[in-house]
Design a protein around this ligand. Structure first.
Ligand code: HEM
Length: 227
């Protein structure tokens, strides 16, 4: 199929999956913000999602999006690497027009992926996985906590200073990755005229900054013990 056989087809797959992942992150960040205003409200959302069939189906869809996005990222990078052949090291200066993020998308993506692994261990494995395996609770410092008590888990995770540091580094990597990925995805889809390129770059900057500040606010406010 042309989506797999051509470089533009593969880029299109990366763009569409990337934009879908940004949509997920938008919902996820909005959901997390509830914890800033109401612990009960946040736990109600956690309970509503829990391990109900619709949440499990959404998780499987999300996992598929991540896998496709990552596999195609490595595939495209390998293909670009091969295409450049022996000229690979001929130019060592970075072209001025290409920002830092765009040249480091794979490295940034790997940092984002490592962070997601850690994050799933911190949260998903103690919530949805516990429910799916019929566990009733997870234990923190000897206290049994319900797998739908997301607020308690957030408070516990960010009471450890090194988690605050790791999450903030992770969120910074996400910012760089999305900032380039967002407008570049629209460009691949076909929105690539001169006027729209600079508009999309501005929208991308604002959107990813608000998104990442939303995530960081939860980490910082819970980490500082304010909430
Ligand atoms: C920094 C603040 C964040 C907090 C407090 C937070 C909180 C949570 C919680 C409580 C869950 C478990 C939901 C459940 O199993 O019922 C979860 C799952 C998840 N989070 Fe986060 N999250 C944060 C940031 C992020 C970021 C930045 C990403 C992605 C780059 C992310 C990706 C995910 C994914 C993929 C899942 C699994 C979703 C699923 O089960 O469908 N999270 N998060």
């Amino acid at each position: 199929m042309w989506l797999n056989n051509s470089s533009i087809g593969r880029k299109l797959v990366m763009s569409v999956t990337g934009l879908a992942l940004i949509l997920f992150l938008t919902f996820h960040m909005a959901m997390n913000l509830v914890a800033l205003f109401s612990v009960e409200g946040y736990n109600m959302v956690c309970e509503f999602l829990g391990a109900n069939w619709y949440a499990v189906v959404a998780t499987m869809g999300l996992a598929a999006l991540f896998v496709i996005h990552i596999v195609y990222a490595f595939w495209l990078t390998l293909q670009n690497y091969k295409a450049r052949g022996n000229d690979r090291y001929a130019v060592t200066d970075r072209p001025k027009s290409v920002e830092w993020s765009s040249q480091n998308m794979l490295v940034l993506g790997v940092i984002v992926l490592l962070g997601i692994g850690l994050h799933l261990v911190h949260f998903w494995s103690k919530m949805m996985l516990v429910e799916l395996t019929n566990g009733k609770e997870f234990v923190i410092n000897g206290n049994a906590i319900s797998p739908t008590d997301g607020a308690a888990l957030i408070r516990y995770t960010f009471s450890q200073w090194y988690n605050v540091v790791l999450y903030l580094i992770w969120i910074a990597a996400i910012w760089f990755h999305l900032n380039h990925g967002f407008w570049s995805a629209f460009q691949t889809i076909g929105w690539n005229n001169k006027v729209w390129q600079s508009r999309l770059q501005t929208i991308s900057l604002w959107y990813t900054t608000i998104l990442c500040l939303g995530f960081a606010a939860v980490v910082i406010l819970f980490g500082a013990g304010i909430l």
